[in-house]
Design a protein around this ligand. Structure first.
Ligand SMILES: NC(=O)c1ccc[n+]([C@@H]2O[C@H](COP(=O)([O-])OP(=O)(O)OC[C@H]3O[C@@H](n4cnc5c(N)ncnc54)[C@H](OP(=O)(O)O)[C@@H]3O)[C@@H](O)[C@H]2O)c1
Length: 360
């Protein structure tokens, strides 16, 4: 089997480190490029004999030089958008963890994928699950999709109880160990909002046919309801190794050492409706998605600004949703014709969001 050359963007992060373990386990995978935001990569590059390495800067230059077979985009935030479009435009397989790029650039990304004709394999566990349940199925047979959410560390709390929660409280996720931005997004449910928009673009269903349910144990990652009344679910212990390995070794489903699911050990599966009043970012994301244009881009940009401010101690937890809501109320939302338009919409939303954040 030919060796598959992987460009790993966001190599020093939570997904990046787990991806390196997957590569080390599979001789048919080889790292050809590594990128980080500011962390030095010299040691990692030497250990894996990677020629193309970049810290910060334009990721597309690295990709041009490395000519990968697969791009694993595990960068956090809008910074990943150029790499997503680069891979889709060229038909280079894109293993996508960086959901923010698809949320912000949805229409442009779909158009680039259409032109490039390559594979877009989601690495988000819920979307990987849905992708697998949908594989080989005619769209007309699909009724609706269900995304599961753990509910985060504040599940069951009231809005009043969230007034005084701090950074450490928000970073204490009950089921997944992840980078700080996505962990805060999980605590506010903004992450599920981003995933809702991501699912809309990945699977082409309207928002009223994508449901979010809270499922605290994170065993069921996604459910596809079919028109004949059947529902297909994807189950497994919460471990990102599975969707990373699925995407990088597709369609071979290489072996992993993730424990096999034990059903007889007393597994209980509970599902609840999300509390949209306490966690308004999920409803705000749905509305931004339905409005279309660059509203999803504005949602993402405002959320990035607000989460960064929260992590710097400049904004209270409940202030995150307020900043996003105010930004969306003031954003223009006109569709982006190209990447330059999108970058401008992102920057404009960031400026609006910064107005709502107290200066340190
Ligand atoms: N972690 C999970 O389990 C999980 C699950 C599903 C989806 N995701 C998604 O995967 C993405 C990564 O999440 P994570 O948890 O791995 O985040 P993380 O631990 O914070 O890692 C982020 C990575 O992105 C790099 N980076 C930041 N800005 C960059 C830039 N401008 N250019 C190049 N690299 C840059 C960071 O480099 P530095 O080390 O230099 O900062 C780091 O390697 C996010 O979009 C997240 O929503 C994560």
């Amino acid at each position: 089997m030919a060796v598959r050359r992987v460009a790993l963007l966001g190599a020093t992060g939570s997904i990046g480190r787990q991806a390196i373990e997957v590569v080390e386990r599979n001789p048919q995978l080889e790292l050809c490029a590594l990128a980080s935001g500011f962390t030095d990569l010299a040691g990692l590059a030497a250990e894996h004999r990677v020629e193309h390495v970049q810290v910060g800067g334009d990721l597309t230059r690295l990709l041009d030089a490395a000519e990968p077979d697969v791009v694993l985009n595990a960068v956090v935030g809008f910074a990943g958008v150029g790499a997503t479009l680069w891979a889709l435009e060229r038909g280079v397989t894109l293993a996508l963890a960086n959901k923010e790029s698809l949320v912000a650039a949805g229409q442009l990304a779909l158009a680039a994928k259409e032109r490039g004709g390559g594979l877009l394999l989601p690495v988000d566990s819920e979307h990987s699950a849905l992708y697998q349940c949908l594989e080989g199925r005619e769209p007309v047979t699909v009724d609706s999709l269900v995304l599961t959410a753990s509910g985060g560390p504040f599940r069951g709390r009231t809005r009043a109880e969230l007034g005084s929660v701090g950074i450490d409280d928000a970073l204490a996720h009950p089921t997944w160990a992840m980078g700080p931005k996505i962990t805060v997004d999980s605590a506010t449910l903004a992450n599920k909002g981003l995933e809702l928009i991501e699912a809309h673009f990945l699977f082409g269903l309207p928002y009223d046919r994508i449901e979010v349910v809270v499922h605290p144990s994170s065993i069921v990652h996604g459910v596809v309801r079919l028109r004949d009344g059947a529902a297909l679910a994807h189950l497994g212990y919460p471990d990102m190794t599975v969707p990373i390995s699925f995407a990088l070794t597709y369609p071979d489903r290489a072996e992993t050492d993730v424990p096999r699911l034990e059903l007889a050990a007393g597994l209980t599966l509970e599902f609840f409706a999300p509390d949209l009043e306490t966690f308004p970012l999920l409803a705000l994301a749905r509305r931004a998605g339905e409005r279309g244009g660059t509203f999803p881009c504005a949602f993402n940009a405002a959320n990035e600004v607000a989460v960064a401010a929260f992590l710097e101690g400049r904004l209270p937890f409940l202030g995150i949703a307020e900043v996003v809501e105010e930004t969306l109320a003031a954003a223009e939302g006109a569709p982006a014709r190209d990447l330059a338009d999108l970058v401008e919409a992102d920057a404009a939303a960031r400026r609006l969001a910064e107005r709502g954040v107290p200066v340190a």
